[in-house]
Design a protein. Structure first.
Length: 427
């Protein structure tokens, strides 16, 4: 349990950091202010500000985010009539605005604020010490900080460093950079798998038995290493994939297996064990394909690219199947499903965990490119619409579209999580 939890946090953390770092890096390159780079969600347990960005670690290891200037209500910490503390520099210009009761600025001036402009002209007005005869306007530094109510110190967001101020192609690249990093991580992870395996494992014979697992049903039934399975219940098994699909479809059900040994055909009846995999009951007879390992530099160097491409094609095929064969929540998985996959992978060691990381990373990259508002793909669609119209949608319309997309995603996440809990813990 402890190993699974630690592995889950590490895998999930790597996925989040790599994805968000893509957005972070290209935003910085475009001159967009990244106000916060957070690992985790919820209350913060660590914060450090450097080069305009506050790096935080939050208590729930279930995600992360980058806060870019202009993509949020940047003034939400300020409210008319509220009392804040202003820290001035030697030129009497505000360098820090404290709205939090959790922190105290020793040299701060208490001000009951009335009006402010932290985007264009950069000033704040109010009553010093709350006294009506001391109404003051203070200039604010372009790079001033604001301490939010929870104690997090971030930079203010002047208009020139906001997301919308960057060029269209820079914003589009910033939106695409998260999934792009996931694809790069997938290639690296699959390449590392090949290195750890000592090369690329390939099948020598499509349905020839190479080894047996512990407590193998097939071995107990008399099959031996080197036997070639040619049919299951009379249906030909020309590939290992077909063989596996026929056996997986018959958990705890008697099947007839026809195999070749020394050019002689034999048939045996056996009952595949039932095992829960990814929330479904599948049949297993405990056999592994006969394989060889290509340890050449070329095989290892190209494996990450080839495996990423074939996995991507398989995922697109699975996504297409959702529309042609009917959609089911069982086709999707959330944090609960990822935890279950991690638990299985952790039992087989580091190579399996890295393989899982690669698989989850490419899933995250592809899903984030779906044209759904609030996802990276939806944002890119809005960028394309802007390019066609020669102007962006109004902030009100874009906000409404994003809100609808976010609501849809939250509803889907709740349904998927509940379905995962039922699949993995109550069946």
């Amino acid at each position: 349990m402890l190993i699974t939890i630690v592995t889950f946090i590490i895998v999930f953390g790597i996925l989040v950091v790599v994805h968000e770092f893509g957005h972070f890096y290209f935003a910085k390159r475009a001159g967009i202010l990244v106000r916060e780079f957070s690992i985790g969600m919820g209350p913060k347990i660590f914060a450090h500000q450097k080069n305009g960005t506050t790096y935080t670690i939050r208590i729930l290891p279930l995600g992360g985010y980058v806060r870019m200037a202009g993509l949020e209500d940047d003034d939400e910490s300020l409210k008319p009539g509220a009392t804040v503390s202003l820290l001035l520099n030697q030129d009497n210009v505000v360098e820090t605005i404290n709205t939090s009761k959790k922190k105290t600025l020793l040299s701060g001036i208490p001000v009951e604020i009335v009006k402010w402009d932290l985007e264009q002209e950069l000033w704040i007005e109010g009553y010093e010490n709350g006294e009506e005869d001391k109404y003051q306007r203070y200039s604010v530094l372009h790079d001033a900080s604001i301490i939010e109510e929870d104690g997090t110190k971030v930079r203010i967001a002047p208009l020139d460093v906001q997301f919308q101020s960057a060029k269209l192609w820079q914003r589009m690249l910033t939106n695409f950079a998260g999934p792009l990093n996931n694809f790069i991580l997938t290639i690296v992870a699959f390449t590392l798998v090949a290195v750890l395996q000592g090369g690329v494992v390939t099948s020598v014979s499509s349905t020839k038995i190479g080894a047996f697992s512990t407590s193998s049903v097939a071995k107990k039934a008399g099959l031996k290493v080197g036997d070639k399975i040619i049919a299951v219940d009379g249906k030909k098994t020309s590939t290992w994939q077909k063989l596996a699909s026929f056996i997986n479809a018959s958990p705890n059900k008697k099947i007839s297996v026809t195999y070749e040994r020394n050019s002689e055909k034999k048939t045996v009846d056996l009952i595949p064990k039932s095992q829960n995999q990814n929330g479904k009951k599948v049949g297993l007879i405990g056999i592994e394909a006969k394989t060889k390992v290509d340890s050449s530099f070329r095989a290892i160097a190209t494996y990450g690219f080839i495996k990423t491409w074939t996995t991507m094609l398989a995922l697109f095929s699975a996504i297409g199947g959702m529309f042609t064969h009917g959609f089911s929540l069982n086709d999707l998985g959330g944090p609960v499903a990822i935890y279950s996959y991690t638990s299985e992978a952790a039992q087989y060691g580091l190579t399996s965990v890295i393989g899982l990381l690669a698989f989850l990373s490419i899933n995250l990259g592809i899903v984030n490119l779906f044209p759904i508002p609030a996802l990276d793909g939806g944002k890119i669609i809005l960028n394309i619409i802007e390019a066609i119209r020669k102007k962006p949608l109004s902030p009100e319309k874009e906000g409404m579209i994003t809100l609808i997309g976010f609501g849809f995603l939250m509803l889907l996440m709740v349904l998927v999580t509940w379905n995962d809990i039922n699949r993995y813990f109550f069946k």
